[in-house]
Design a protein around this ligand. Structure first.
Ligand code: GLC
Ligand code: MG
Length: 556
């Protein structure tokens, strides 16, 4: 898209391009709200919070983590029935009610699609493992021992150790890129592909607006099972709980096989067919590893995903130069017409406030909601929550990811309003005093709370076209601890000024402007004067509307 087209795209705000302008809110269903007080969040719980999401907070779409029937070894990413809701979350009727209630409020609903593997308890796998000649043998990846014995290749799983598990029944190994309870399916098998597309169709027919596609870069592997090259002297990444063994080899043969793009094209064609039929764009969001931008963008495009999660901010040092480089690299790498995305936290990584300290959360809110691209907000980040510290012996997830999945504190007492009445069971994760202190209820009454900063930013993102689709240009502020950029449409130019340092700093803009929003505490400094130089407080930021860089035609 040319800059000019970008400027002119205001008209499409609510139409086919909704996914560009929408702010997506990630719900971890176990932890959001528990309607039946059994200790685990559920669909009726989410329905009860839609007013909070649509009106109090002001997001446009929700992405709910996996709700399907599952033994919950990987908390739902191990699916044993793709077309049913796990009883812990409710029923298919509850799901239909969620879609209806969300759509009534103008909220889109995105669900997970997990194409790389199923649960070992899936009936498909039961049949596949039953004999070498079983009808569904080929639906999973089976192989003989290596010539000298042992696993068929040196591939390591995301969680460490071999990807291969020996199965006594048939004397072959099956592949599991994650936990051994999650056997990888075989996308080279046409019947499997057909079944997986049928799963997508099932949820499209129930009205979902899109899919977040799990581990999309892994769905095709080298059919020759070539060993991966070993990676010398790799340093483990401390922010990366999810991949303890990721760095021990170059995953060139078990991930990113080029054939996966054929499979994505099939998925996209199905979505396109459905979108055309219903007049509503249904989207595919790729969850793919952080990888060189050129590989990352290869997933995008007409036959590819609508956008991919961009984990750059999760993995980059929290410093202005590194963050700016990440933004500019993504902008430069995107092919024409493609669209950026930003993720600050998710259910796999330590929370933002834990990674970068609690002082980072205001600047992070401004970055997420003022950059060009679809913002993805992880539940609880709008409260500035840090991880809930859980000692290792109490981890329910083998990788300790439950620390970033604690229950949402709605109120400041008891279980934080997570359950709806006298609790039958304690919440599945403990509730801390710190979480109660940061509850939704308490932050709504504090004008300068992080939650109120998010609410102000979200309201501005709705009211200011330049924030939704304006072009991005970095500013050279001549202050190392600061980051600044412009967002411009033909009618409006906004500047974002962020100070990552402790010291207050004055920076200059290319033209004069007025402060639209300040992230300072207290925020009461109503600074409406027209000026060219601005004092940006440490660990805070300003959003400035420029008055004289481009001619103002807005009120004309
Ligand atoms: C994705 C999910 C993660 C899960 C894994 C296996 O990375 O985000 O939670 O464990 O895939 O499905
Ligand atoms: Mg419940």
């Amino acid at each position: 898209m040319t800059a000019r087209e970008q400027w002119d795209s205001d008209a499409d705000d609510a139409g086919a391009l909704w996914w560009r302008w929408a702010v997506i809110y990630q719900i971890y269903p176990r932890s959001f709200a528990d309607s039946d007080s059994d200790g685990v969040g559920d669909l009726r719980g989410i329905i009860g919070k839609l007013d909070y999401l649509a009106d109090t907070l002001g997001v446009d779409a929700i992405w709910c983590g996996p709700l399907y029937r599952s033994p919950q070894v990987d908390f739902g990413y191990d699916i044993s029935d793709h077309t049913d809701i796990d009883p812990v979350f409710g029923t298919l009727e509850d799901f239909d009610a969620l879609i209806a209630a969300a759509h009534q409020r103008g909220l889109k609903v995105i669900v997970d699609f997990v194409p790389n593997h199923t649960s070992a308890e899936h009936p498909w796998f039961a049949e596949s493992r039953s004999s070498r000649t079983a009808a569904k043998r080929d639906w999973y990846v089976w192989a003989d021992s290596a010539p000298g014995g042992g696993p068929p290749s040196n591939w390591t799983s995301e969680q460490g150790g071999s990807t291969w598990e020996f199965d006594e029944t048939t004397g072959q190994w099956y592949l599991h890129s994650f936990n051994r309870a999650q056997p990888d399916v075989n996308w080279r098998c046409p019947q499997l592909r057909k079944a997986m597309l049928g799963v997508l169709r099932f949820w499209l027919d129930r009205g979902v607006d899109g899919f977040r596609i799990d581990a999309l870069h892994m769905i095709a592997k080298d059919p020759g099972l070539t060993d991966n090259p070993v990676r010398e002297n790799a340093e483990p990444n401390p922010t990366d709980r999810q991949h303890p063994d990721f760095d021990s080899q170059w995953h060139v043969h078990d991930r990113m096989h080029p054939d996966l793009h054929d499979h994505i094209r099939e998925i996209r064609a199905l979505l396109a067919e459905h979108s055309a039929r219903t007049g509503q764009e249904r989207i595919a969001i790729g969850e793919i590893e952080a990888m060189p931008w050129e590989s990352w963008v290869s997933f995008l495009g007409d036959g590819g995903t609508h956008f991919n999660f961009n984990f750059n901010f999760v993995e980059t040092p929290w410093e202005p130069a590194a963050l700016r480089a990440g933004v500019e690299e993504q902008e430069a790498a995107l092919p024409a017409g493609a669209w950026p995305n930003y993720v600050l936290s998710n259910h796999d990584r330590p929370r933002l406030a834990t990674r970068n300290g609690s002082r980072s959360v205001r600047i992070a809110a401004m970055l997420l909601l003022t950059l060009r691209g679809t913002p993805t907000l992880y539940y609880g980040d709008e409260l500035g929550l840090a991880d809930l510290p859980i000692p290792e012996e109490k981890w329910l997830d083998p990788l300790g990811r439950d620390q970033a999945r604690a229950t949402m504190p709605w109120t400041s007492r008891g279980n934080g309003g997570f359950d709806s009445g006298p609790a039958d069971a304690a919440p599945w994760l403990p509730v801390s005093d710190e979480y109660l202190r940061l509850s939704v209820q308490s932050q709504l009454t504090e004008p300068d709370s992080v939650l109120n900063l998010y609410r102000r930013l979200l309201a501005l993102r709705r009211s200011e076209p330049a924030l939704r689709h304006g072009a991005f240009r970095a500013l050279d502020l001549r202050a190392e601890q600061c980051m600044g950029y412009l967002r411009s449409t033909r009618r409006q130019e906004l500047a974002v000024l962020l100070n990552f340092g402790d010291a207050d700093t004055t920076v200059g803009l290319p033209g004069r402007g007025r402060v639209l929003l300040s992230a300072d505490v207290p925020s009461a400094v109503a600074e409406h004067a027209l000026r060219q130089r601005f004092l940006v407080r440490g660990h805070s930021g300003l959003l400035v509307e420029l008055d004289d860089v481009v001619p103002r035609q807005r009120d004309a």
